[in-house]
Write a protein that binds this ligand. Structure first.
Ligand code: 13P
Ligand code: SF4
Length: 303
């Protein structure tokens, strides 16, 4: 990767000079994931790690809600995102005003909000969740009915694992909603013995044909532990590239669905971010305390 080398060297030098730490989501490109990130992980582990970093500056390589979550948990630190336009279709699907209307419609029903939302939405929430703890969060609530928003498919998938009544919203991940059960069945036919593991943002019909479903780190750990000969990760396609180096014997079959938002983060933008100390993530103080509480309740939940 000679084309990346000058950026990698400059980022790693500047990172030290500035006292910055780079947190990167599992969907970041391999050159970010392997060459400049200090900590990689899924949404939950990145949120947890954000509470433990010593550095005064966090550079969040991921999408905006992830940087906002880090800022909520570290109000005194500087949190930078290399491209603040890195959004998320789930986060864009709902506003704080929508949640207020839902609460009027379902008075007393606790609101579980996926971490893939804005601080405005989190501020209206009882507790956040991610794909790795959604069942534990739902089960922790003392109510037979739970609002689990905004990801309709995540909610439908968790509804199959709990006796509680799950109400939801019509938000979808634009990457995971593209996968179909028929497409996966065709892969099974073409590659007998292939293991198929899917992210719970996929439609339940898709999860039904998967051998395992879990968060991005859950999927990585499954492949590490089970070492399937051939596997299909039903998720954003940088994930397979990121773990291929560590698992050269595993044959990753790749339908390539990229998240355009995650892909806004590039080495040149990370370098620019460290040089100019932009773009700084801020959260409106009027909502920050309430949003932080919802994230902290999730982070502190015993599992
Ligand atoms: P994870 O919490 O599993 O990392 O998922 C984040 C995400 O955005 C998946 O599309
Ligand atoms: Fe959002 Fe889907 Fe992209 Fe994850 S993969 S950041 S849920 S659009």
């Amino acid at each position: 990767w000679p084309v990346y080398a000058p950026y990698v060297a400059a980022i790693n030098r500047l990172k030290k000079e500035r006292g910055a730490v780079i947190l990167a989501h599992n969907y970041q490109t391999p050159e970010i994931f392997h060459c400049v990130a200090d900590i990689v992980g899924d949404s939950l582990s990145l949120a947890r790690d954000a509470t433990r970093v010593d550095a005064d500056i966090i550079v969040q390589c991921g999408v905006h809600f992830m940087a906002e979550t880090s800022k909520l948990l570290n109000p005194e630190k500087t949190v930078l995102i290399p491209d603040s336009k890195a959004g998320c279709s789930l986060s864009d699907s709902i506003t704080g005003a929508d949640v207020r209307l839902l609460k009027e419609r379902y008075p007393g029903v606790p609101v579980v909000t996926y971490v893939n939302t804005s601080a405005d939405v989190k501020a209206e929430t009882d507790i956040c969740c991610t794909s790795s703890n959604v069942l534990a969060v739902v089960e922790s609530l003392d109510s037979d009915t739970v609002l689990c928003i905004p990801d309709e498919y995540l909610a439908m998938n968790v509804a199959k694992q709990t006796n509680k009544k799950i109400l939801t919203w019509k938000g979808h991940c634009e990457v995971h909603e593209r996968f179909t059960a028929n497409e996966l069945l065709a892969y099974k036919e073409a590659h007998p013995g292939i293991e198929i593991i899917g992210h719970p943002e996929c439609h339940p019909d898709v999860i039904a044909v998967c051998d395992f479903s879990g968060s991005t780190s859950g999927m990585i750990n499954y492949v590490r532990d089970h070492r399937p000969q051939r596997v299909l990760l039903v998720t954003e396609c940088s994930m397979a590239s990121n773990i291929q180096a560590e698992l050269p014997d595993v044959d990753f079959v790749k339908p390539c669905n990229l998240c355009p938002h995650m892909k806004r983060i590039t080495l040149p933008k990370i370098l620019d971010s460290l040089v100019t100390m932009t773009e700084e993530v801020t959260v409106d103080p009027a909502i920050a305390d309430r949003a932080r509480l919802a994230v902290e309740r999730m982070v502190n939940l015993k599992q």
